[in-house]
Write a protein that binds this ligand. Structure first.
Ligand code: AMP
Length: 274
């Protein structure tokens, strides 16, 4: 099956076929984490559509939109290898007419944790994801647990706005030494790359403990002394992203974000407290 590359709405409409459709939204610079999403999508549907779009709406003015890696030819090869049917790679002009007015508001849950550091980020994410849902009309869409708050907000959007789409989450894919794969890892110098391991070390140390205060303390101990600028380390409820109390039982997400050199990294682990 030949990969169809759709660059605009008309191409996308022409590319429609029979059977269940799974959508994998990405910003490109594809790595093994994205490939894990594509494989899950293949298991869930007969046709996989991957979108590749560096969404200007989700970047703040001081963020890395212009230097975000763009590697389309290699990305298309990866999609061919994974048996993807269609890559949708629109331009910003195709997605956002200049007179655009209406967008999705991510609410209180979009303004805490990652949203507190990146104001407007989740409004931009939800707006582009809703547009992609409407354009591609998938039966199921696949997202990574790596962006845990994003995944939680997309589930909220589907439920709050009654979107007729299933959401599937895929566990974070890591390097052998623990570093979570990210398109931004390529910015890390060898020294930054070693420093960055403090994030996953912190999560693994937290995961060995059993109460919220001990989890936070163990994780923080791994971050102290590392040459990074910590944005947050939080233990939150997976559905609401509010901090869990000391008596919390069940799942919790230990989430961390830090700047290592000039590169901002996020990571998280899903823990079970009993
Ligand atoms: P991005 O291209 O960074 O916007 O990511 C596109 C999708 O891939 C999102 O659903 C991410 O959560 C997911 N993703 C990114 N990195 C990983 C990873 N290391 N493991 C699993 N999923 C990932």
């Amino acid at each position: 099956m030949e990969l169809i590359v759709a660059r605009n709405r008309a191409d996308l409409v022409k590319s429609r076929g029979e059977g269940r459709v799974a959508l994998v939204p990405t910003m490109g610079a594809l790595h093994e984490g994205h490939r894990a999403l594509m494989r899950e999508a293949k298991a869930l549907a007969s046709r996989v559509v991957v979108s590749i779009f560096v969404n200007p709406l989700q970047f703040g003015p001081a963020e890395d939109f212009s230097r975000y890696p763009r590697t389309l030819e290699a990305d298309l090869d990866a999609c061919r290898e994974e048996g993807v049917a269609v890559v949708f790679t629109p331009s910003a002009a195709e997605m956002y007419p200049p007179d655009r007015q209406v967008s999705v508001a991510s609410g209180r849950m979009g303004a805490i944790v990652e949203g507190a550091v990146r104001p407007g980020h989740f409004d931009g994410v939800l707006t582009v994801v809703l547009k992609l849902f409407n354009l591609v009309q998938p039966d199921v869409a696949v997202f990574g647990q790596k962006d845990a708050q994003q995944l939680a907000l997309i589930r909220r959007m589907v439920s709050d706005l009654d979107l007729p789409i299933e959401i599937a989450g895929v566990p974070t894919v890591r390097e052998d030494d623990g570093l979570a794969l990210s398109s931004r890892n390529r910015y890390l110098s060898p020294a930054d790359r070693r420093t960055a391991l403090a994030l996953s070390r912190a999560l693994f140390a937290g995961a060995l403990e059993s109460t919220p205060s001990r989890i936070r303390a163990a994780a923080l101990a791994e971050l102290q002394g590392a040459d990074l600028a910590l944005d947050y380390l939080v233990l939150v409820d997976p559905a609401t992203f509010t901090e869990v109390g000391e008596s919390h039982q069940g799942e919790a997400i230990l989430a961390v974000a830090a700047k290592v050199g000039t590169t901002r990294l996020i990571d998280n682990a899903v823990l079970r407290l009993s």
